[in-house]
Design a binder for this molecule. Structure first.
Ligand SMILES: NC(=O)c1ccc[n+]([C@@H]2O[C@H](COP(=O)([O-])OP(=O)(O)OC[C@H]3O[C@@H](n4cnc5c(N)ncnc54)[C@H](O)[C@@H]3O)[C@@H](O)[C@H]2O)c1
Length: 281
């Protein structure tokens, strides 16, 4: 029995045109899971096209602004028609703006919450509705054994909800990710009878497109994050593939079937110590 085999299952992954979302879609596909990718761009990225041809599973790309309920409901209906079922939902789409608290605009607050919190909420809600329909149609009576049926919802939160870095001014982002973590326990309670598990994964500092953008605007930033990351020996931050194992564990019924209502912090040890070095030292 392979603990991590997802043959016959379908995952909905948001924000998977690039970065961590693409890396999550890739490990799910490697585990033989079909993947529906939701992202805001008009067309699939090169990374998504590469996935389609690599793992012999079905990969479809859907243009969807997750902050729009109408778009989310319509897209998840199309996924349901195209794939026939939804078993897993990973919510990786997210945005961050670095600006001082005092001058943060209402626009930044609203956009950050609309995508990071409301968008994740709406996609999880639509996916959970589809999972519940499938489980009810299977005539299994609650409580459904999570190792046999059910589903898995994973929200992507952040190390910053555990320990903010003094190198960034990102209050609305941290607030929105804390709100995402706030969903995990109540949804775990509500969805447990159906065998649907709900967890979040909090990445530490990871070298993605989002991080490269930050690095261009604030060259000292990544140097500071490197110093804060224990396992990188002060010389590197995390690679997206270093989150693939933990994500797969959370998604897999056999590997993570007894885990719900939790946040899994995977940060190379960055939140495990008092950071001695201030920015620019
Ligand atoms: N990179 C890190 O160090 C780090 C650390 C902690 C948490 N995170 C979180 O992990 C997730 C992925 O981060 P990343 O670094 O890969 O970011 P990224 O910017 O590289 O990718 C984010 C993806 O989300 C998509 N997206 C943005 N707005 C959208 C919308 N309205 N609808 C649909 N898709 C939308 C983007 O098009 C993009 O493909 C984010 O939620 C981020 O907050 C990242």
């Amino acid at each position: 029995m392979d603990l991590f085999d997802l043959t016959g299952q379908t995952a909905v992954v948001t924000g998977a045109a690039r970065g961590l979302g693409l890396s999550f879609a890739s490990v799910l596909a490697r585990a033989h899971c079909n993947v529906a990718i939701l992202d805001i761009g008009r067309a699939a990225s090169e990374g998504v096209d590469h996935l389609r041809t690599t793992h012999g599973v079905r990969i479809e790309y859907y243009t969807c602004d997750i902050s729009s309920k109408a778009q989310v409901v319509d897209t998840i209906e199309r996924v349901q028609q195209d794939f026939g079922r939804i078993d897993i939902n990973v919510n990786a789409a997210g945005v961050v703006t670095d600006e001082p608290f005092i001058s943060t605009s209402e626009d930044t607050i609203n956009r950050t919450f609309a995508i990071n919190f409301t968008g994740s909420f709406l996609v999880a809600q639509a996916c959970a509705a589809s999972m519940i329909k499938r489980i009810e149609a299977s005539l299994l009576s609650p409580p459904v054994d999570p190792a046999v049926e059910g589903g898995s919802i994973v929200f992507i939160a952040s190390i910053s909800t555990h320990l903010p870095s003094m190198a960034q001014n990102i209050a609305p982002y941290v607030g929105s990710k804390a709100a995402v973590r706030g969903l995990v326990k109540p949804l775990a309670v509500e969805l447990a009878p159906y065998g649907i598990r709900v967890n979040s994964l909090s990445p530490g500092y990871m070298m993605t497109d989002m991080m490269e953008g930050l690095q261009r605007r604030q060259p000292d930033l990544v140097r500071q994050f490197q110093r804060e990351t224990l396992l990188g020996g002060g010389r590197r931050i995390g690679r997206p593939d270093e989150l693939q194992g933990p994500l797969l564990m959370l998604c897999s019924r056999r590997a993570g079937g007894w885990m719900t209502g939790q946040d899994l912090l995977v940060d190379g040890g960055a939140a495990s110590w008092k950071h001695a070095a201030a920015l620019g030292d």
